[in-house]
Write a protein that binds this ligand. Structure first.
Ligand code: FAD
Length: 660
C-alpha cells in the first residue's frame, strides 16, 4: 500500500512522535512514565511505551509504515499531557495555572472552556512579569485574539468566558499602601476630598460608621473575603455585600452583585474610580498619562465630578477620564471593555450588625410591605427602618405538614396564609461587649437554608440529592423544617461575618431577576414583586402537579437601592431582587429555573448578569426594552472594544459583538 505525499509526511511525523516518546521515556512509578515530544511533557503509561517500542522495532524489521499508523494512534491517544500542579483550574481555586491547553471551568462547571491561552498576570505592566496585563493585550492586538478577564468563576452565565485569551485575575490582589504602591496608585494629595484615602489603618474619633467614610484602592483580583480581612485590619468595612465572599471585587462589581437594604445600592455604586487596560482609544478628553505606542491604553475612569482633582493629576502612565457615561458604563461592563487593573471603593468605619430572623406568613409579610403614602417615597416602615431587610419565601403552600393544592381560579391571596416566610432584619449596633455569650456573639452555625436542608439528613450531599430525586414529595416538608431551623432572635457579629451566610459554594445554584419597586410617579410599590411571587407559586404548583418537578429551596426577596450603572439590573429604579435557588443535582433544576426566570420578563424583570443560565439574548430588542440606557452603554463599549478584542460568546448572545 502506498501513501500520498501529504499522507506520508503525516505518517513520518507520527512515527517521529512515537520515537521521541520512546527515547525520552522516564518511568516515574510502576504504571506511568513521563516522556517528551515536540517540546512538551506527557504522561505515558508503561504498557503504551512497551507497545510503541515493539511497533518501532517492527518498522526497523521492514514493516510497511502505513500499516503501523492505526496501531501508533491507538497508543498515542492513551497518553496525557502533563498538567502542572493545580493547573486544571476551577475558576474559584485561583490556581496559578497558565499557558496553552488549560481548561477553565466556572464554579459549578456548567461553563467549561479550553482557551488558546490561560494567563495569570501579577501586574499591570511590569516588564519582569511576562504575563502582565499590558503584555497580554499587546499580544492579543498583534494576533487578533480576543481577551476576557475572569474573577472567581462564580457566575453561571457565559459572562466570564472566551475561547482565546482567558485571564485568571487572582494573581493581582494587593491593597494600596505606602510600602508597596500599586501601579498608578492614587495619592491623597491628588484628591478633591473630603474623604480620606486609606493607605493603612484609620483611627476614627468615635464610633459612627454611617458617617465615618473613607476611600480604599485595591487591585481587581482580590476576593471579597481577603478584602474584608484587610479592611478589618484598617478599621474599615464594606458598606454592604451579598451573602457570600468568594467572588473577586471586580468580578462582583462587573455583574452588579448586591446585598439587601433599600438605602444600599449594588457594588458598582460603591466604586469611585477604576483603572482599565484596553485596546480601544477613548475619544473624549483625558488628563495626564501618555498615549501608547503599542495600542494598549491605560485609563483611570471616574465620573465628571470624580474623586481626583484633574489639576493635581500627574500620573505618567495612566490617562484620567472624567466622564459620567464612561464611568457609569465601565462600573458594570461584564469584562467587555478590557481588563480592570485596580479600583477605588468608598467604605465605612468597621461596624457590627445585629441580626434577627423570624417566621411569618405571606399574608402578614405583604401587609408589612404595603406602600405607606405618608412616608417619604411611600416606603413601608420596615424597609425604611431596617438597614438590611430580606425575606425567604416557601415555594409551596403548606397546611399541617402537607402541600395545599391551589385552585387555579382562586385569587392568589387566598393561599397567602399557607406560605411560610422567614424575615431577616439587620441593623448596626455599637461594638459589643466581648463577654456576651457565644450564642449571641460571633456564633457560627448553619445560617443558610441549603446547609439546614442538608443537615437534616445527616448523610452525604450526594445521598441527599439522590434521595430527594427519588422521593421528591419530601421536599416541601424538608424546606419547611429547614426554614424553622433558621429562626434566631439575636445574633451579633462583624458586618462581614453577618453578611456572609457561609454558603457551601457547590451545594446549590441560582437564577435571579430584578423587578421595579417603583410606580409611574417613582414611588414605592410592591406590585411587581407581588406578581413575581404569584407567578413563581403558580409555576411551582404546575411543575409539581404535572411533572413531579420540585424546587429544592425557598426563594429570596431582597431590596436594593437604584443604581447609576447603565447596565446594572438596578439601573434607574429601586429594585426587588428575587433569587430562585436549587440544590445542585435536583431533577429538572435548570428547566424549573428557566420557567421562573422567563416568566418575569413580561413584568419588567431584568436577569442578574451572573445568575442567568444564558437565557437572555439580544433578540427582539428584549435588552433594549429592559434597559432604556442600553444605547449609552453601547456607545462607550464601541470605543473600548473598537477592535473587537473583547468580543465573546456573551457579546454574541446579546448582539453586541463588534465586527471589524
Ligand atoms: C455561592 C454564590 C453566592 C452568590 N451570592 C450573590 C449575592 O448574594 N448577590 C449577588 O448579586 N450575586 C451573588 N452571586 C453572583 C456573583 O456575585 C456574581 O456572579 C459575580 O459576578 C461573581 O464574581 P466572580 O469574581 O466570580 O467573577 P466571574 O464570575 O469570574 O466574572 C464576572 C464578570 O466579571 C468580569 N471580570 C472579572 N474580573 C475582571 C477584571 N479584572 N476586568 C474586567 N472584567 C472582569 C468577567 O469578565 C465577568 O464578566 C453569588 C454567586 C455564587 C456562586
Amino acid at each position: 500500500m502506498r501513501a500520498s505525499r501529504k499522507a506520508s509526511v503525516f505518517i513520518d511525523k507520527l512515527i517521529d512522535t512515537a520515537k521521541q516518546l520512546v527515547n525520552s521515556f522516564n518511568p516515574v512509578h510502576p504504571e506511568l512514565g513521563v516522556s517528551s515530544a515536540h517540546g512538551k511533557d506527557v504522561h505515558v503509561p508503561t504498557p503504551v511505551n512497551r507497545t510503541l517500542v515493539q511497533i518501532l522495532r517492527s518498522l526497523e524489521q521492514g514493516a510497511e509504515k502505513v500499516e503501523l499508523v492505526p496501531r501508533i494512534i491507538e497508543q498515542l491517544v492513551q497518553t496525557r499531557p502533563v498538567v502542572p500542579a493545580r493547573a486544571a483550574t476551577s475558576g474559584f481555586a485561583g490556581a496559578p495555572a497558565s499557558g496553552p491547553r488549560q481548561k477553565w471551568t466556572n464554579q459549578i462547571a456548567n461553563q467549561v472552556v479550553e482557551p488558546l491561552q490561560l494567563f495569570y498576570p501579577r501586574s499591570l505592566n511590569d516588564p519582569a512579569d511576562p504575563q502582565s496585563i499590558a503584555a497580554i493585550l499587546s499580544r492579543a492586538r498583534t494576533t487578533g485574539c480576543a481577551v476576557k478577564a475572569a474573577g472567581s468563576g462564580h457566575s453561571y452565565s457565559d459572562v466570564a468566558t472566551t475561547p482565546d485569551f482567558l485571564i485568571n485575575t487572582h494573581g493581582y490582589r494587593r491593597v494600596a499602601s505606602t510600602q508597596s504602591p500599586l501601579t498608578g496608585q492614587l495619592s491623597p494629595s491628588a484628591l478633591r476630598g473630603p474623604l480620606q484615602l486609606s493607605l493603612g489603618p484609620i483611627n476614627w474619633p468615635g464610633y459612627d460608621p454611617e458617617k465615618n467614610h473613607a476611600l480604599i484602592e485595591m487591585e481587581a483580583g482580590i476576593t471579597i473575603h481577603d478584602l474584608n480581612q484587610e479592611l478589618q485590619r484598617r478599621n474599615l468595612g464594606l458598606m454592604n455585600m451579598g451573602g457570600y465572599d468568594g467572588q473577586t471585587i471586580i468580578g462582583a462589581t462587573s455583574t452588579s452583585t448586591h446585598g439587601s437594604g433599600i438605602t444600599l445600592p449594588p457594588f458598582p455604586d460603591m466604586v469611585r474610580s477604576l483603572v482599565l487596560a484596553t485596546t480601544g482609544r477613548w475619544n473624549g478628553p483625558t488628563v495626564g498619562g501618555k498615549e501608547p505606542t503599542d495600542g494598549v491604553y491605560f485609563y483611570r475612569i471616574e465620573p465628571k465630578d470624580g474623586i481626583t482633582d484633574p489639576a493635581k493629576y500627574s500620573d505618567p502612565l495612566i490617562q484620567l477620564i472624567q466622564d459620567d457615561d464612561c464611568f457609569h458604563a465601565a462600573i458594570c461592563s461584564m469584562g467587555c471593555f478590557g481588563v480592570i487593573y485596580s479600583v477605588v471603593f468608598e467604605v465605612m468605619q468597621l461596624y457590627w450588625l445585629e441580626e434577627n430572623r423570624s417566621e411569618t406568613t405571606l399574608d402578614k409579610l405583604m401587609s408589612e410591605l404595603q406602600a405607606k403614602p405618608n412616608n417619604p417615597g411611600h416606603f413601608p416602615d420596615v424597609l425604611q427602618n431596617t438597614r438590611n431587610y430580606e425575606v425567604i419565601i416557601h415555594p409551596y403552600p403548606m397546611r399541617n405538614g402537607k402541600v395545599v393544592d391551589m385552585e387555579p381560579n382562586a385569587p392568589p391571596e387566598t393561599y397567602y396564609p399557607y406560605f411560610k416566610c422567614l424575615v431577616t432584619k439587620r441593623n448596626i449596633v455599637p461594638r459589643p461587649d466581648d463577654n456576651l455569650p457565644d450564642y449571641i456573639l460571633g456564633r457560627s452555625g448553619h445560617r443558610n437554608v441549603f446547609a439546614q436542608f442538608l443537615s437534616l439528613f445527616q448523610v452525604s450531599f450526594e445521598l441527599v440529592v439522590a434521595l430527594v430525586n427519588l422521593y421528591p414529595a419530601i421536599i416541601p416538608f424538608t424546606i419547611d423544617t429547614a426554614m424553622d431551623n433558621l429562626v434566631d432572635d439575636k445574633y451579633i457579629n462583624y458586618s462581614f461575618d453577618i453578611y456572609n451566610l457561609g454558603l457551601n459554594q457547590d451545594a446549590g445554584f441560582a437564577a435571579e431577576v430584578g423587578l421595579s419597586l417603583e410606580d409611574d410617579q417613582g414611588n414605592y410599590t410592591p406590585r411587581y414583586f407581588k406578581e413575581a411571587i404569584d407567578r413563581i407559586h403558580r409555576l411551582a404548583q404546575r411543575a409539581r402537579q404535572q411533572g413531579e418537578q420540585y424546587q429544592t429551596s425557598p426563594f429570596s426577596l431582597r431590596f436594593v437601592k437604584a443604581s447609576n450603572a447603565l447596565l446594572s439590573m438596578m439601573n434607574g429604579r429601586n429594585t426587588a431582587m428575587i433569587e430562585m435557588d436549587m440544590l445542585t443535582g435536583t431533577y429538572a433544576g435548570s428547566e424549573v429555573m428557566y420557567r421562573y426566570e422567563t416568566s418575569m420578563y413580561p413584568i419588567g424583570g431584568r436577569p442578574h448578569w451572573g445568575l442567568d443560565f444564558d437565557n437572555i439574548t439580544g433578540s427582539n430588542n428584549l435588552l433594549g426594552k429592559m434597559y432604556p440606557t442600553l444605547d449609552r452603554w453601547v456607545g462607550v463599549y464601541r470605543q473600548f472594544n473598537a477592535l473587537g478584542t473583547f468580543n465573546s460568546s456573551f457579546t454574541n448572545r446579546l448582539g453586541f459583538t463588534v465586527l471589524e
